[in-house]
Each structure stands twice: as structure tokens, then as C-alpha cells.
Design a protein around this ligand. Structure first.
Ligand code: SAH
Length: 264
């Protein structure tokens, strides 16, 4: 095949968190984590030179990509002609996705920068009505945290809030050597599958507040850490308040939020 013009590789830019996957088998393995159930569109965040995109394009799903880097966008436009109409050159953190998706469901996938990965999860949680599935590469510790259960040292805000709405599975670990340039740490790929009942039986805003407030002082009992919520003595006598946040399952946090909601 004749070489197309402009086919030079994108030079990795540190400020954009660019670590390009160079191992095709890992890219394929990430693409294959999608179940393709309950949606017809997928959004890849940070496609770079399209190593993962290539495998998405082979699947029975309409692939969109959002990429902030002009040089990467030009590379994709030159090398993936069919993708061109579905390349969004924007900052994922600022872009209104419904300009494109118009309230329809879509999955999210990506090997995206570590420094925006937790923000990506929070945006996914906000848009959970439209996002039945999410697969992504994270710094290994962050992936483990998102998927961890109560009792674990790394169980925290991100674990509880994600698992309130999604089943979280840690799928596999990826070593630095498969990236160019290699990051300093191991990576981990996880999948979030939205729960059937993702509308909670409690005030969702209040749940976020309770979870965040409790974990801000994770060594303290809830009786102490939730003082700022001005709860009644009666409620604080409940045995839940003698526990520390890492001892509470997601279900118990929801239960607790209901109790606080009804506290007179
Ligand atoms: N997925 C590719 C590239 C990984 S590097 C691969 O596996 O090889 C991370 C990519 O995310 C880069 O292309 C970078 O430009 C892009 N990126 C960084 N911040 C972004 C943002 N806020 N919105 C969209 N893309 C972003």
C-alpha cells in the first residue's frame, strides 16, 4: 500500500498524559471487554493514534472518539477515513456529550490519561442514565480502589459512589513496557456494568455528601466525622454511627442516607 502523506507518528506530549499503547494484543483485549449489550454507540476517550479505535471499528457498534490533541486528530483523519465524521476534537471534561448523543445510550472506553481518570468516572456517574457500560485503563491502584469492597484499605469515595450504580470488575494488569513512553507505574483495566436498579432508594445528592464527608476523616467513627450534618442524638445512637466509613458496604451507606433523610 502506498504511504499516505502525513503518516508520521504523533510525538508524545507529557502535558496531555500521552502514553501510547504499542502492544496490539493489549489494545484488542481492551476492545473485547465491551459486551455490546444495550447500546449501539461507543465513545472512546483519548484515541491518540487509534490503536484501540482500530479494533472498535471492526465491531458491530458505531464508534465515536473525543481527542483534545490536534496532531492526533490529524493523524486519525488521515488514517481512518471512515471515522472522520465521528471524531470530536474537544476536551472530554468540558464537552457536552449530548450535542452528539442526544440523550441516547452509549458506552465509554479508553486508554486515557491518568490525571483525568477519576474526573472521567465522576462524569460517567453523572451521566449514568445514558451509560450502561464503561471499560477503561487506569493507574493500577486507582482501578483497584474503584473495584474494592468494604474492609479493604483502599475502599473509599470512588469505590462507594461507583458501586452504588455499577458493578465494578478489575479485569487485568498491564505493565509499563507496553506503552511508549512507558509510565512509571502499572496500569489496570476495569469494567463497569450498570446495575439494573441504578435509581437509588435514597436522596442521591445526600448520599454523595455523606460518603464524601465520612471518608474525609476515614479514621474516625461516623458519630464524629458526620458532626457537621447536625444529626439528632437519637439517630447517632444507631450502631452504624459507631463504625468507620471503610466498614460500611454500599448498601449500608444507602441505608444510612435514608436514616439521615428521615432524621427530624
Ligand atoms: N488511547 C491511545 C492514546 C493514549 S494517551 C493509546 O492507547 O495509544 C492519552 C490520550 O488522551 C492522548 O491522545 C491525549 O491527547 C488524550 N487526551 C488527554 N487529555 C484529554 C482530554 N481532556 N480530552 C480528550 N482527550 C484527551
Amino acid at each position: 500500500m502506498a504511504n499516505k502523506p502525513n503518516q508520521h507518528q504523533v510525538k508524545a506530549k507529557k502535558h496531555l498524559g500521552q502514553h501510547f499503547l504499542k502492544d496490539e494484543s493489549v489494545a484488542q483485549k481492551i476492545a473485547d471487554t465491551l459486551s455490546l449489550k444495550d447500546y449501539k454507540k461507543v465513545l472512546e476517550i483519548g484515541p491518540g493514534m487509534g490503536v484501540l479505535t482500530k479494533y472498535l471499528l471492526k465491531k458491530d457498534v458505531e464508534t465515536y472518539v473525543i481527542e483534545i490533541d490536534t496532531e492526533s486528530v490529524e493523524y486519525l483523519q488521515t488514517n481512518y477515513l471512515n471515522l472522520a465524521p465521528r471524531i470530536i476534537e474537544e476536551d472530554f471534561l468540558k464537552y457536552d456529550l449530548n450535542t452528539v448523543f442526544k440523550d441516547k445510550p452509549f458506552a465509554i472506553i479508553g486508554n486515557f490519561p491518568y490525571n483525568i481518570s477519576t474526573q472521567i468516572v465522576f462524569i460517567t456517574l453523572e451521566m449514568r442514565n445514558q451509560i450502561p457500560e464503561f471499560s477503561g485503563m487506569f493507574q493500577k491502584e486507582v482501578a483497584q480502589r474503584i473495584c474494592s469492597k468494604e474492609g479493604s484499605k483502599v475502599y473509599g469515595i470512588l469505590s462507594v459512589l461507583t458501586q452504588a450504580f455499577y458493578n465494578a470488575e478489575y479485569l487485568f494488569t498491564v505493565p509499563p513496557s507496553v506503552f511508549n513512553p512507558p509510565p512509571k507505574v502499572d496500569s489496570g483495566v476495569l469494567r463497569l456494568t450498570r446495575k439494573e436498579n441504578y435509581t437509588l432508594p435514597c436522596d442521591e445528592k445526600l448520599l454523595f455528601k455523606v460518603v464524601k464527608t465520612a471518608f474525609q476523616q476515614r479514621r474516625k467513627t461516623l458519630r464524629n466525622s458526620l458532626k457537621t450534618l447536625n444529626l439528632s442524638d437519637n439517630l447517632k445512637a444507631n450502631v452504624i454511627f459507631g463504625k468507620r466509613p471503610e466498614q460500611l458496604s454500599v448498601e449500608t451507606f444507602i441505608e444510612l442516607t435514608k436514616l439521615i433523610e428521615n432524621d427530624a
